[in-house]
Design a protein around this ligand. Structure first.
Ligand SMILES: *Cc1c(COP(=O)(O)O)cnc(C)c1O
Length: 390
């Protein structure tokens, strides 16, 4: 039995779902076309328009997007792909799936946990083919700099923009959109992302040849989709490369279109919440707030992260939050901490290891209330006061 007088907890993230998503799904159910079809085409066109890119290809999830991006670039055995050691493991896993080697590089520092351009420069070898950047928490603060570096060194650039839909690389309304500067850029629409449909992803590119490669690889290496054959636009197909089934279906694309219509408003709400978090937590001694100097308006504000004074303080804050029914998380362990990547541990990654030991992610979602935010900040401040006094 739950105690009706208890203060309800605060989840790490929550969906903004209502009648719009229900209507979208019903539209598809009643059309009786469930797989890749007109909704996917529309969703792709709408995402391409938002980002100002030539092409967007909807796929099964963000990991598939990253896999296809590397394959479309022809990356394979013998190649090296430089990427941040603080990232979700997907990029490192799919780099290995192509037969290439992930080369983990350090972040700029505790206050800016994105790939350090100087580290990229330092880790380039004759085998380096591509760089994967990840816009941690929605902040693409080094994207322009790394794009310039990749151009100068003849390297392909892939954006892991899974945190950053609707964000920009730098301040100002005419700064390029996150996901518009890479040769290919990858998005995830997993349940906890800014645009959430359960499982889904997108690859974007300006290049026709990369579009063709991604589209073919998405569907078994075949030259036409069943939707096109259904409409009589094609009657047979050839298989020209060994591909996958990484398609998105129309049900999820319809959810995506409903969520996309809410994205600007929901990202603005996230920005207001992050501004409130910063104002409250700035006063708490010992805490580092990553990206505190970055322009909130340019960020998609996917995560609200703090860096505790130490690993023990991080655990104490997490435990205090748990006692108040408040969820928290860690984005991310350093990739070298995972067994499958343990042999990379001798790489020098001091900032990444320190960040992984001290970082804590606080609740952030568009339907979060300022009252919930106050409760989170009160619990963080009280826990820190206690650990600093101890
Ligand atoms: C979510 C995420 C992914 C993977 O996306 P899935 O849709 O879960 O496969 C990859 N990279 C980052 C940074 C992510 O946040």
């Amino acid at each position: 039995m739950s105690d009706p007088s208890a203060v309800p907890g605060v989840p790490l993230s929550d969906l903004d779902y209502d009648a719009a998503e229900e209507t979208a799904v019903l539209r598809v159910l009643r059309s009786k076309w469930l797989s890749t079809g007109p909704e996917v085409k529309q969703f792709e066109a709408e995402v391409a328009a938002l980002l100002g890119v030539q092409h967007a290809v909807a796929v099964a999830n963000g990991t598939a997007a990253l896999h296809l991006a590397l394959l479309a670039l022809g990356i394979g055995p013998g190649d090296e792909v430089i990427q941040p050691a603080i990232n979700f493991v997907a990029a490192a896993n799919v780099t290995r799936a192509t037969g290439a080697t992930p080369v983990l590089a350090d972040i700029v520092g505790l206050a800016e946990p994105v790939l350090d351009p100087a580290e990229v420069e330092r880790r380039i070898t004759p085998r380096t083919r591509a760089v994967v950047v990840m816009h941690y928490g929605g902040y693409a603060t080094r994207l322009v700099e790394i794009a310039r570096l990749c151009r100068a060194r003849g390297l392909a650039l892939v954006e892991d923009a899974c945190h950053a839909i609707g964000g920009r690389a730098g301040g100002g309304a005419d700064a390029p959109m996150a996901g518009s500067l890479g040769h290919l850029s990858c998005f995830s629409f997993f349940s906890n992302k800014n645009l959430a449909i359960g499982e889904g992803g997108m690859v974007t590119t300006d290049r026709d040849d990369l579009l063709a490669a991604v589209t073919r690889l998405r569907s078994h290496g075949m030259t036409s989709l069943s939707w096109e054959r259904h409409r009589g636009h094609a009657s047979s197909y050839d298989v020209v490369v060994n591909g996958y089934n990484y398609r998105m279906d129309d049900l999820r694309a319809a959810l995506g279109r409903a969520q996309l219509a809410k994205l600007a408003r929901n990202n603005d709400r996230r920005r207001a919440l992050v501004a409130a978090y910063r104002a409250r937590l700035r006063e708490v001694p010992g805490v580092i707030l990553p990206f505190a100097e970055a322009d909130i308006a340019a960020s998609a504000c996917h995560l609200m992260t703090l860096v505790a004074p130490g690993a023990a303080a991080r655990e104490a804050i997490a435990e205090a939050l748990r006692a108040h029914g408040i969820q928290s998380s860690r984005h991310y362990p350093c990739i070298t901490g995972f067994s499958a990547f343990a042999e990379m541990a001798e790489n020098s990654l001091p900032h990444s290891l320190e960040f992984a030991a001290r970082t804590l992610t606080l609740p952030l979602f568009p339907t979060m209330t300022m009252d919930q935010l106050d409760r989170v900040c009160d619990a963080v401040a009280a826990a820190l006061r206690q650990t600093l006094a101890a």
